[in-house]
Design a binder for this molecule. Sequence first.
Ligand code: S3P
Length: 190
Amino acid sequence: MNPMPARPLDGHIVLIGLSGSGKSTLGRLVAQKLRLPFVDLDRVAEEKLGMSIRQIFERKGEKFFRDAEAEAARDAVLSPGRSVIATGGGVVLRPENVRLLRENGFLVFLDRPVEAIVKDLVDDLSRPLVTGAEKLYEMERTRRPLYLDAAHRVLRNEAGLAETLDALVALLTPKAGFSLESGGKLEEEN
Ligand code: S3P
């Protein structure tokens, strides 16, 4: 983990982690709580290309998807104001994505036990790279170091949703050097 955000005061909040780690669910909820806009990069790519993630992979290939993902990440994190951004699990595969996100956002790695993810996702056909339990274990092994390296903070997601949401909000409160006074405006404590 690299705890020092480059721009702690005005950056976007960026959630990273494996598929099924809770980025979209928790991202939407924390955005509501903080009264910030919510951006889901997979949905942005789907809308822009008029295809589902699975269709993009099948018709255009992974490189095409990664280019679209990189563009969506760049646009989101360079947009003015502040938002909560849920990334796709593979966003950390390109160092350039990580550099841009870290420079303009506060990155939280949602670290959910892979066994729980396997239970939820093994029958989910919407994720083309998740071809089975073994693949998820392998992704966890190869990507964990990338998530840890990219993150400003790590949040273990193994309690219930409500508890993890509270913990995520707490991460962004004065104890961590931030204040959520004034409607989600992140301010440094002096
Ligand atoms: C991917 C994760 C997916 C989606 C695509 C590739 C990955 O997003 O971007 O299927 O490489 O791990 P989620 O993390 O939202 O499932």
